[in-house]
Design a protein around this ligand. Structure first.
Ligand SMILES: [Ca+2]
Ligand SMILES: [Ca+2]
Length: 233
């Protein structure tokens, strides 16, 4: 398996290179389905991927469909190391942003010592200016079950109990990004979770320009991603 390692510094350099002054404009759409990537390789374009020797990222066969390619993340480290796969949009989202993706968790080890710590989740962060975190959806919020949750301030809260080995479609919708009054909505398989609506994970970002697929620092896990659809304006 082909592996490469990026330093945090190189990631920061890319972020600086990609920095643009946000301007409100027409809606744009990006679809990432990994079908044009060779099996065993990393996706190209605006991806920055960071792994260590205990972790692996590659485009792989969908365990549920041999004719479909997906992004596979496998993290065997339970001692403060996580996979980070950052994707930078071709444009920034200045007013509205919708991030939709399919995700399947294949393995998640028992809780580590810092269960409840906000950096222990496996999932997706939406980020913007100065790396401000605008929304987080991840696994590992529950007492004793597999649960998809969202982040409210520094606390993880439950959206839905899920099964390992099953695909779920997650959608995160942010509106009013530039207004200083950003609203967030979370959907799983098309269902809106009203109790989570409006909850904003961080400070107001001003604009949003990347998503970060991450694994837990303190747990081993495996997850698959596909059909990432980004709509911004
Ligand atoms: Ca695919
Ligand atoms: Ca880990």
């Amino acid at each position: 398996m082909h592996k490469r390692s990026f330093s945090i510094l190189s990631a920061i350099c890319l972020a600086l290179i990609l920095f643009v002054v946000p301007v409100s404009g027409e809606e744009w759409v990006e679809v990432i389905d990994f079908e044009d990537v060779e099996l065993g390789k990393w996706p190209g374009g605006f991806w920055v991927i960071m792994v260590d020797s205990t972790q692996l990222v590659a485009v792989a066969e969908d365990p549920a469909d041999a004719n479909n390619k997906v992004l596979w993340l496998c993290d065997d480290d339970i001692n403060q190391s996580r996979i980070q796969a950052w994707y930078y949009f071709s444009q920034v989202a200045y007013d509205t942003l919708s991030i939709e993706y399919r995700i399947m968790f294949d393995r998640e080890d028992p809780y580590a010592w810092n269960n409840g710590n906000t950096i222990s989740y496996t999932g997706v962060e939406v980020r913007g200016a100065n790396s401000t975190v605008a929304a987080v959806v991840g696994l590992e919020w529950a007492e004793d079950d597999q649960v998809l949750g969202y982040k409210e301030g520094s606390i993880g809260r439950t959206l839905e109990r899920i099964e390992l080995g099953q695909w779920y479609t997650v959608k995160i919708v942010l509106t009013g990004i530039s207004s200083g009054n950003t609203n967030v909505e979370y959907y799983i398989d098309g269902q809106l979770y009203p109790e989570a609506s409006g909850v904003f994970a961080g400070k107001n970002p001003g604009y949003l320009d990347n998503i970060r697929i991450v694994t837990s620092l303190t747990r081993a896990c495996e997850e698959y991603f596909d059909d990432i659809v980004i709509r911004g304006k």
